[in-house]
Structures are given as structure tokens and as C-alpha cells.
Design a protein around this ligand. Structure first.
Ligand code: ADQ
Length: 486
């Protein structure tokens, strides 16, 4: 049974991610723990809880925990300790170079093909490299020949090669949560060879979709002199070792979302509506980190076009934008937040009436069950990224549609669209007229079509949910490990 095999593979696991799954704050002897917003940490925490492993992450510069605990290791989760969390403290200077600099102003826009936003600073690169080396050192201290090291994401493209040098026998794998760009985009990167070489320190490199795998292989083919691509097996040989590529689209915890929603008494939805003056009209929802890749201004363009061409929808249709401030140390993110707020204010001034606003905007933190309730009761979700590795909001919305009566409007430039395809209604953020028409179509869609589409989406989201993804990742790791020892 694949599932049993898979669980074995992640027995001795060292997980490495930028963000930690639990953040402890110590105030006058009182400890509060919170779990940061974001797909990654909350997705992998349940796996770690089954493994007795070690999770290594950036300890976010909140120095107090060192003083209280005496060292930077804690057992988590606090309620029922299951594994070790080891935090690496970074200086402000390192955070600016590694995190805000190279990771988020070079690699993030590059991988999202936002070439106009890319900036390569030598100093950022050096900090990024040094922080990868710090992580690699700590990882190497935990590794023996039975260990699986699992790196998460674009924050650690150099560490795999560094760990390989220190621990040649460890099994190393990495999951990339964001896209991999086409070779013509990737060649803009002055450090392209070092990055590819770093990632090829892995035995297994996993992306969300086959498209990103193919892009990666093409980049290796064009930019790595010492590496050979095997197109039949989607693998690369470099320095005498093989790196296997795989596409495993990340899923959401669909059963939990469904059960939470099914148990919901709609009180939270009623309260949300009362607070924001939302009546009985048709409601659309958007839930995003305030990131320029999410295409929020273009979504607002489409809404503006809609209300221009369909004045009869005033008072009949409301868009709820739930935003989460993100990476606010980076000017582009501050500007985006201002742009979104200005645009929403202008839309509401232009089209709103005394009783009704076309856009409800909130950055308030909501409990997950409240968020799921919003998903459930919204007649449609608008997910409009210019480019997005996967987009879990789309899948969460689908998982919350227990009545199968909502419509998912989804940008074709997301991993989610590549996977779920046309059961969603395509929402092209680059074509305002067509995007506005897509909303109109969703408003007017008959029950049978809504139901048919949503049933298809729900089946796919449940079939490839988080548990499936974890099993696939572990089983693929097993297969690759096996093929190496025979
Ligand atoms: P993100 O860019 O953060 O993740 P996404 O997948 O949409 O994007 O969301 C991740 C999680 O954050 C979801 O669980 C969502 O509910 C939550 N979230 C986002 N905005 C929120 C808000 N305003 N309020 C509350 N919760 C919010 C990166 C990649 C994605 C990829 C994921 C996982 O950019 O493409 O899907 O990793 O691999």
C-alpha cells in the first residue's frame, strides 16, 4: 500500500523553511503562540507531528525567546509536543539582504516573470548566500545517511549543494511553491548558474506543475555546461549524481474545510454582513496577500468596467476583498497596498449609494472558520493572479462549496488553472473587457451549470488534497531513493 510506504519515507525528517510554523512571544513570563498566515507552514505541520523530526526555520528576529528558553530549540506544538523546532536568528542586515533583498526582490519577481520588478544587488546576493550557508551548517549537524532533508521554496536554492558537500549520503529533496520561469526570463539572472547548481544538489526537485518542471529542465539545458538533461525521465545528471524532477500540485485540507463549513451555523457570515452593510445581493469574494502577483488592481479594473457597462448591477452585486498585508519592508508592497486602497475608495465614491458600496475591503485577521464561512456563502470567488505557482485560495473556496452552488473565476496563469482547468470560469487579468464579462457570466449562470462545474472542481480538489500531496511527495521520494540503491 502506497500510503504505508510513504509514511516510512518521512520517518527521519529534517524540514527547512523560511517561515516557522509557530511563533512564540514571551511577555512577562506569559507565552503566547501564534501560527502565521500562509499555506506552507500550516500544510506541513501535521506531517511533522507524525514524524518526531526537526524543523529548521528563521526565528524572525524576535530575540526574547532565546533568553527564556536558554537555547533556540523548542518542542512543538505547545499543547502536545511532537517534534523539535530549531530557529535560526538573523540580523536586520541579513534579513534585508537575504529575505527582502535577494529572495523577494530578485527571485520572487524573476520566477513570476515580473521582469520589470527584478533587482539584483551584489550585497543582497552575498547575504542570501551566507544565510543559505548558515542553514546548511545547522542542517548538516542533524543529518546521517537515513535522514531525509526537505527544503521548502525559493529561500534555499543554494543550501542543497552546500549540505551535499558536508553530507554526501543524505537524501535531499525540495519543493518549490512558486513558478519556474522560461529560459528566456531566467537568463536575466546574473547568478543563474550558481542557482541551478545549488538546486541540483537535491536528489528530488518538485514543482506544482509539469510546465514548471519543463521550464527548469530547459534552463539547465541552456545554462549549465556540466549538467545533462534526460528528457525521457525528467532528470538531470550533474557531478555524477542524478536529480529527479516531479510535478506534484499542492492541495488543501479539503475534508477539514468541508466539515468545518458543514458544521457552521452561518452566524459568522451574518455578523460579517451586518458589520459591512452587505445585504441580500450577489456577493463575490477575493482573498489575497497584498502582493503584486495577485492581480488585485486588474480585478478592480474589471469591476469598474462591469459597473460602467451594467449600471443595473449597482446595489445588486458586491465584491468583498479580504487582504493580508505582506512584505511591508519592501517599497513595491507598500505602494501596492496604497494603490489597492486608493482604487477601492475611488470605486466606492464613483458607484456607491447611501445604502450600498460596490467593494467591501478588510485587512482584519479572521479565524479560519470565519474565512471558510465567507467562502461558503459567497456566490463566486475571483482569483486573478498575473502568475501564481498554485493558488490555494481557489482550492479552499472550492472545498468550502458544500452546496456546489458557487462559481470559481480563475486566472489561466495559475498552477490551479493548469490543474483544474476549465471547470473554472477563465478570468483573464490582462483583458479587462473579457474579465468583466466573466463576472457577468458568473452572476447570470444557471443553477445546473454552476452545479455541474462545481461538482467537477470539488472532485478534483478532494482527489488531490493535502493528504494526497503528502503521500505523493513521500512515495516519490521513496521511489527515487530505491532507484539509487539498486
Ligand atoms: P501565497 O502566495 O501566499 O503562497 P496562496 O496559495 O493563495 O498564496 O495562499 C496561501 C494561504 O494563505 C491560503 O491558505 C490562504 O487562505 C491564506 N491567505 C491568503 N491571503 C489571505 C488573507 N487575506 N486572509 C487570510 N488568509 C489568507 C505561495 C505561492 C502559491 C502557492 C502557495 C502554496 O505563491 O502559488 O499556492 O505558496 O504552495
Amino acid at each position: 500500500d502506497r500510503r504505508d510506504d510513504a509514511t516510512v519515507a518521512i520517518d527521519d525528517l529534517v524540514l527547512v523553511s523560511n517561515r516557522q510554523p509557530y511563533r512564540h512571544e514571551y511577555d512577562d513570563g506569559k507565552v503566547t503562540v501564534d501560527t502565521p498566515v500562509g499555506g506552507l507552514a500550516s500544510a506541513i505541520d501535521p506531517v511533522m507531528q507524525r514524524t518526531d523530526g526537526t524543523w529548521i526555520a528563521w526565528g524572525d528576529g524576535d530575540a526574547d525567546f532565546d533568553v527564556v528558553d536558554g537555547d533556540d530549540q523548542v518542542q512543538v506544538p505547545p499543547s502536545d509536543p511532537a517534534y523539535t523546532l530549531e530557529r535560526i536568528g538573523l540580523t536586520d542586515y541579513e534579513v534585508r539582504g537575504y529575505y527582502e533583498g535577494y529572495a523577494n526582490q530578485a527571485l520572487w519577481p524573476l520566477c513570476h516573470t515580473a521582469t520589470g520588478r527584478v533587482s539584483f544587488e551584489t550585497d543582497h546576493w552575498e547575504q542570501y548566500r551566507d544565510v543559505n550557508a548558515q542553514f546548511a551548517d545547522v542542517v548538516s549537524g542533524h543529518v546521517d545517511s537515513d535522514t531525509t532533508v526537505w527544503f521548502q521554496d525559493y529561500h534555499f536554492v543554494l543550501a542543497p549543494r552546500m549540505v551535499r558537500a558536508a553530507a554526501p549520503d543524505a537524501f535531499q529533496m525540495q519543493f518549490f511553491h512558486i513558478p519556474w520561469p522560461a529560459p528566456d526570463v531566467f537568463r536575466l539572472c546574473p547568478q543563474s548558474e550558481a542557482i541551478l547548481d545549488g538546486l541540483l544538489g537535491n536528489d528530488l526537485l518538485v514543482f506544482h506543475t509539469p510546465r514548471y518542471c519543463a521550464n527548469f529542465l530547459q534552463c539547465v539545458d541552456q545554462h549549465c555546461d556540466g549538467a545533462t538533461v534526460d528528457w525521457d525521465t525528467d532528470s538531470v545528471v550533474s557531478e555524477g549524481r542524478t536529480t529527479q524532477l516531479a510535478a506534484i500540485p499542492l492541495g488543501v485540507d479539503a475534508p477539514t474545510i468541508r466539515d468545518t463549513v458543514a458544521a457552521d451555523d452561518s452566524v459568522a457570515w451574518a455578523q460579517f454582513r451586518a458589520r459591512h452593510d452587505v445585504g441580500e445581493e450577489t456577493v463575490a469574494i477575493g482573498v489575497d496577500r497584498l502582493d503584486y502577483t495577485k492581480g488585485i488592481p486588474r480585478r478592480l479594473d474589471a469591476l469598474e468596467r462591469l459597473f460602467e457597462t451594467r449600471p443595473d448591477l449597482r446595489g445588486e452585486f458586491t465584491y468583498i476583498q479580504k487582504g493580508a498585508p505582506s512584505r511591508e519592508g519592501i517599497p513595491a508592497y507598500q505602494r501596492l497596498r496604497e494603490t489597492v486602497e486608493d482604487r477601492i475608495r475611488a470605486l466606492n465614491d464613483r458607484f456607491g449609494t447611501d445604502e450600498w458600496s460596490p467593494v467591501v475591503y478588510t485587512t482584519r485577521t479572521l479565524d479560519r472558520d470565519v474565512l471558510y464561512s465567507l467562502y461558503r456563502h459567497s456566490d463566486m470567488a475571483i482569483v486573478s493572479p498575473l502568475r501564481d505557482g498554485m493558488n490555494l485560495v481557489a482550492k479552499e473556496y472550492v472545498a468550502a462549496q458544500v452546496d456546489s452552488d458557487g462559481v470559481l473565476l480563475l486566472s489561466p496563469f495559475t498552477g490551479a488553472y493548469e490543474q483544474l482547468g476549465e471547470a473554472a470560469v477563465a478570468f483573464d487579468p490582462y483583458d479587462t473587457d473579457r474579465a468583466a464579462e466573466a463576472i457577468e457570466r458568473a452572476i447570470e449562470m444557471d443553477d445546473a451549470e454552476r452545479w455541474r462545474r462545481m461538482r467537477r472542481l470539488r472532485r478534483a480538489v478532494h482527489e488531490t488534497d493535502l493528504a494526497w500531496w503528502l503521500d505523493e511527495a513521500a512515495a516519490t521520494a521513496d521511489d527515487v531513493r530505491e532507484s539509487r540503491t539498486h
